[in-house]
Write a protein that binds this ligand. Sequence first.
Ligand code: ZN
Ligand code: MN
Length: 479
Amino acid sequence: MPEFEAVIGLETHIQLNTQSKIFCGCKADSWEDEANTNICPVCTGLPGVLPVLNRNVVESAVLLAAAMQADSIQPLSYFARKNYFYPDLPKGYQISQYDEPLARGGFLQLPLPDGGTRLVTIEKLHIEEDAGKTIYQNDRRLIDFNRCGVPLVEMVTGPDLRTADEVAQYLIRLRQLLRWLGISEGDMERGQIRCDANVSIRPAGSKVLNQKTEIKNVNSIENVRMAVKAEIDRQIREVTSGHTIEAWTLQWDEDGGSLRKMRSKETEADYRYFREPDLLPIVLDEEWLAEILVRLPELPLARRERFVEQYNLPLYDAEILTEERGFSEYFEDVVSIVGDDAKTVSNWLINDVQRMIRELGVAPGDLKLRPVHLAKIIQMVQEKAITTSTGKDLLMKVEQSGQSPEQLVADLGLAQVSDEDVLREVAAKIIAENPEQVKTYQDGKVTILGWFVGQIMRETKGKANPQKVQSILEDLLAE
Ligand code: ZN
Ligand code: MN
């Protein structure tokens, strides 16, 4: 039996988070709104209206193309009408781009576990309007036009992906990039990324492209992964039992975890594309392009690499710190105050601050615990003004009160107790109260010292200097 490899290409539609729609002033994001409340004559295609292009849509798409290192961002690109009849498409056509898209070429980088990357080529990138939403309710079809005219970027990859896991990786990295650029929330469950996967198989090592099938509109990364995996397995079963693959369009059934055959799809010729007569071409002159590109930030993988080199961090730390742009900026703000000990800062962020961010469900930039506060807490621990455990408690106290750590330490009396006499007194009391444990220690089981330290920490509410406590205990127990 020959070994097979899969050849997978993705077509993704990305919903941009502009304020208004692509060709009218209606609000673009109506996820939480009642059906048919964000509509107007333009986006519902009434006769006699004219579309007006939203500049922000072009700018977001150009940023994405630049982040994909597009070979060419076109100085001149055109809109085209894609004609088809469907109830949620009131004009009878979608305004899209066809033969002259906004950008061609480029790639998305998938990081490999060894720190290297694999390139997934992008064939083209264009902007278009979304259609409405059809909702099936019992025997009725309900149409919501709110989504008509919401701006989309459509991006097509080359047939470069080989496994279902790589497909999931691609979507995870794409989502990271969209959020990083601030142009989309990239939430698949809300349809902000919609993904169609073209899947075929061939004997491993072969260069041919065989008949492919298309899996339509799956709505989470995990479901895309499962659907692609199921389709690869199905094709291998078909081919090894002597059948041929037909050009089906497939629908993933989430509940049953299986693929269902849909009606065959229109071919490109069925759409009768022609240039959109109601819109001028997009003229992206050098000045406008330069203005947009100023906003292109350092990208996630480049920042990850820089963190490893500049701060001498393990790849693991750098990866977590750069998962999200705001988190990576928070990290650098703290390091710039604390100074050279970047690994300590990274530990605090990854172990403690990230947990807090998840629990509270806030963006790093919205924390009341500002970088200057975290830096101060780390410094107080380093200077032994407070214990590590007090420092950790302080994180949430600062977040909840909005007060500075110094103020809280003073008000709540949290300063570390290093005073010999005070600590000796507490230690003597604990020793007097626990003769049995003292005997155990003196009989040679010195590991019980940790238990004594714990008792003293409890007595002092975690404020005792642990090193001092240890040496005082050794002292007293030896007597
Ligand atoms: Zn409108
Ligand atoms: Mn499209």
